[in-house]
Design a binder for this molecule. Structure first.
Ligand code: ATP
Ligand code: MG
Length: 394
């Protein structure tokens, strides 16, 4: 039993000693049984939110309308969620109503896949009502109950199935897979932010090729932004091995293979509601990828990309013969940013090279680019001389 559970045991005990039931549930139970690292420990209980709050000194209402209360314990937050059923799924999205119940069975029934519908009690006993343990041994993702109903209730579950298949290297069971193929168009009804999360996790999974193939095979790819317009390239990506470690790499791989320029990347990623900082890094990474492909990587391309995006491009670019030595080249750049230039605008003015004017920015840009290109030494005297020459040429 992992230390994360150990640390949370007093919380289960406290809820139980007040006469309620409490269990570890969800991903942490699944991942522990699969001997994978766990992140957050989720607790499910028969106690109602108000009853949970009455038991603990420090709680936060993180999702009280859905029955979730966060308990703060020595700097760690534990989400404790009341057993619940869900009803009135309109628009194939999350339920309109949740009803709190006292039965663990009802709570497990609403969960998406058998491997996610296990409960672990304080004494180590596992409640497995839908064959989740057996599916785990067989490496199978299987919907709890009738897949068609479950995907109609919440279409995001289809993306989650693909995500778990990729993360865990599992196969999606036949009826569940058929349900996805039959209902793929419902994914279009889901808020993009939710598909985004699952799609990125899928692409970062160890079997992402398989995940992409399932998205193609079931037509899910047609019901997320932009991917539907690029089937041929998507197939090529699915047929080539890749290992990605962050979101920038995910989007850079796609945008590079789709042949997107900066403007197209922005449009693509805005549709996916991607954060601006990530869009920016994707643009820089893809610029570098095209330069690598053309065999025309300049110091300036590396400098603009920055250390992290150089690493991102190397991770994305499949042919390693074209990327060897690239990070060493980056590390050898004379400067990594303009603050490392050994002269400032103020100093150029003080030395009488020029007066305060818009031209100052141009001069500094010129120095920056030429220091990066190894054409000017990054020493004060060399920089001053180069600035004077530049101004005389003009
Ligand atoms: P991760 O390790 O990535 O967090 P997880 O399985 O814990 O994976 P969460 O999104 O944290 O995924 O959800 C916790 C649990 O809640 C799941 O294991 C599952 O039992 C249930 N769950 C989450 N989303 C859904 C959904 N859309 N439909 C049904 N049950 C869900
Ligand atoms: Mg989780």
């Amino acid at each position: 039993i992992p230390k994360e559970f150990h640390e949370a045991l007093p919380i289960l005990q406290k809820i139980e000693s007040a006469g309620y039931e409490a269990y570890f549930v969800g991903g942490s139970v699944r991942d522990t049984i699969l001997k994978r690292p766990i992140h957050d420990v989720d607790i499910a209980t028969s106690a109602y939110p108000s009853e949970v709050k009455a038991l603990f000194k420090r709680t936060v209402d993180t999702g009280i309308e859905h029955g979730t209360v966060m308990i703060l314990d020595h700097g760690t937050g534990y989400e404790v969620t009341t057993f619940r059923t869900e009803s009135g799924y309109q628009d194939y999205r999350r339920p309109d109503h949740v009803t709190f119940v006292r039965s663990l069975k009802e709570d497990l029934k609403r969960r998406d896949f058998t491997i996610n519908a296990l409960a672990l009690a304080e004494n180590g006993q596992v409640t497995d009502l839908f064959g989740g343990l057996s599916d785990m041994r067989k490496h199978i993702i299987r919907a709890v109950g009738d897949p068609n109903e479950r995907f109609n209730e919440d279409a995001l579950r289809m993306m989650r199935a693909v995500r778990f298949a990729s993360q865990l290297d599992f196969k999606i069971e036949d009826a569940t897979l058929a349900g996805i193929a039959l209902h793929s168009q419902l994914l279009a009804k889901i808020a993009v932010e939710r598909s985004h999360t699952e799609f990125v996790k899928m692409m970062l999974g160890s079997d992402a090729n398989h995940g992409l193939k399932i998205m193609i095979q079931t037509n899910l790819y047609q019901h997320v932004p932009i991917l539907g317009e690029h089937l041929d390239q998507l197939r090529q990506i699915a047929d080539t091995d890749f290992t990605l470690t962050n979101e920038v790499q995910v989007w850079a791989l796609l945008a590079f293979k789709f042949g997107f320029n900066s403007q197209q990347i922005t449009r693509f990623l805005k549709r996916w509601k991607t954060a601006n900082k990530i869009i920016n890094d994707v643009i820089l990474t893809v610029e570098l990828l095209f330069a690598i492909q053309r065999g025309q990587v300049t110091n300036l391309t590396l400098y603009h990309a920055g250390s992290e995006n150089v690493d991102n491009a190397i991770a994305v670019f499949a042919d390693q013969s074209k990327t060897t030595g690239l990070s060493e080249r980056y590390n050898r750049l004379a400067i990594k940013n303009k603050h490392q230039l050994k002269i400032t605008g103020g100093e150029l003015i003080k030395r009488g090279v020029l007066k305060p004017s818009p031209q100052l920015g141009q001069v500094l840009n010129y120095l920056e680019q030429n220091v990066v290109a190894d054409k000017i030494n990054n020493e004060p005297e060399d920089l001053v001389q180069a600035a004077i020459n530049f101004l005389n040429e003009d």
